[in-house]
Ligand binder design. Sequence first.
Ligand SMILES: Cc1cc2nc3c(=O)[nH]c(=O)nc-3n(C[C@H](O)[C@H](O)[C@H](O)COP(=O)(O)OP(=O)(O)OC[C@H]3O[C@@H](n4cnc5c(N)ncnc54)[C@H](O)[C@@H]3O)c2cc1C
Length: 460
Amino acid sequence: MLSDRALAAFRTALGVDRVLDDDATRALYASDETPRRIEPDAVLFPTSHDEVAALMRIAFEHRIALTPRGAGSGNVGGALPAPGSVVVSFECMRRVLEFDPANRIIVVEPGVVTEEIERIARSAGLFYPPDPGSNAYCRIGGNLAMNAAGPRAVKYGVTRDYVLGLRAVTGSGEEIRTGCRTTKGVTGYDLTRLLVGSEGTLALITEATLKLLPAPEAVATLRVCFADNHDALAAVSRVMRQSVVPCALEFMDQRAIDAIRPTGAADDLPPGTRALLMVEADGAAADLPRQIAALEQALAGSGLLEMKSGFDRAAIARLWAARKSLSHAVKRIAPLKINEDVVVPVSALADFVDFLDHTAEAQHLSIVSFGHAGNGNLHVNLMVHPDDDDEMARAHMALEAIMLRVLALGGTLSGEHGIGTEKRRFVPLEIDPPTLGLMQAIKRQFDPHGLLNPGKLFPD
Ligand SMILES: Cc1cc2nc3c(=O)[nH]c(=O)nc-3n(C[C@H](O)[C@H](O)[C@H](O)COP(=O)(O)OP(=O)(O)OC[C@H]3O[C@@H](n4cnc5c(N)ncnc54)[C@H](O)[C@@H]3O)c2cc1C
């Protein structure tokens, strides 16, 4: 329970209108994309690095747990308030502090919406590649904390690959700067890479210096239809073995295709299509025909029904809008989505979906798979009815089996969504005790009283 003294201290530091503890505000900040709700004791809205440092020092003095929050679009409970905690919402810190096209960098506060960075970069012929499906509303602070990625990761990598330096405040209120402003730099330990993906458990990120690339001149898209999942994913493996790296290589299974039908994007698929690939190439316009020819050659093979190219801009936009709608569209199948984002080596994808099909059949479950196949990263969604105890028990058994299979194939529990509250119990399956112990020691060094996002990332 937040004491009156602590509340008064926050109000002195931030101003009364940026420290809210009324019922409506607490209810509004009680959840992220996970289906659970925990109301925080209050919500703080800092507007600058100095205010973040001040509020952290107050939290340290009064031993108040803080839950950092961007847009609340995370789907593992990362921004779900820990019981009795205070939410720190970064939505009022949305200044672009510097845009330097000559050095291809942009310096932003954590509340800047990801798409805004992309838009500013494009205005100068530059390009910020990380493109989570939520980029129209998620914030860069959330992307940094989760090391977010999207379809372009197959060619361009993830958020971490575009962070040159950070400014942040540790759990004891210490202000730190990591990294540098240049595209090379090896001075000291790489704390930038440590903080990116730390899920708000090590420090509050208040500023990020991001690297930009020259924007590719042109893009071409292929829509490739297969008779089954196995053949489609065997084709993905062939694509990733040859020399042309696509800038997107997305997969949808039959149920995912059915989920996008209301958008009209699946109207003209050939009969018998049970799996779909969206494959994109980018680069110099003159080079695209060569790239597309190489990709087509790799994609051709068993189970191929149709390979279509030459889409105009509007058709490509429709395809991507349908793909991006999937995360919510699948909820029409059943009210609760148990949402995993496992990764397996690309060469093991075809076997892995066979295993998923077998598991769905054996446990009488509806499993929908789609995602960033070029990275071996699949969103495996178990669609369930939370009131059906028997179905929930079968889903949990299936989940355990899926995680074990992922690890046996040499994969990892999460490709981009992170651990949050939802996957904590699986962490010891992947990370051995000495390594986990070292991570916990690092956490104590940054956050001696365990005030930053407690109950996340680490198993109980
Ligand atoms: C429709 C949809 C599509 C999605 N597609 C993708 C996708 O393609 N790829 C992908 O990677 N994710 C995707 N996501 C998940 C989500 O959007 C990302 O995890 C995103 O990075 C979260 O950003 P946010 O601003 O909403 O952060 P939040 O959900 O508010 O927070 C996420 C985490 O960051 C921490 N945090 C936030 N700000 C800070 C800060 N300044 N300092 C320290 N910690 C902080 C929070 O405590 C929390 O742990 C999708 C989600 C939805 C709903």
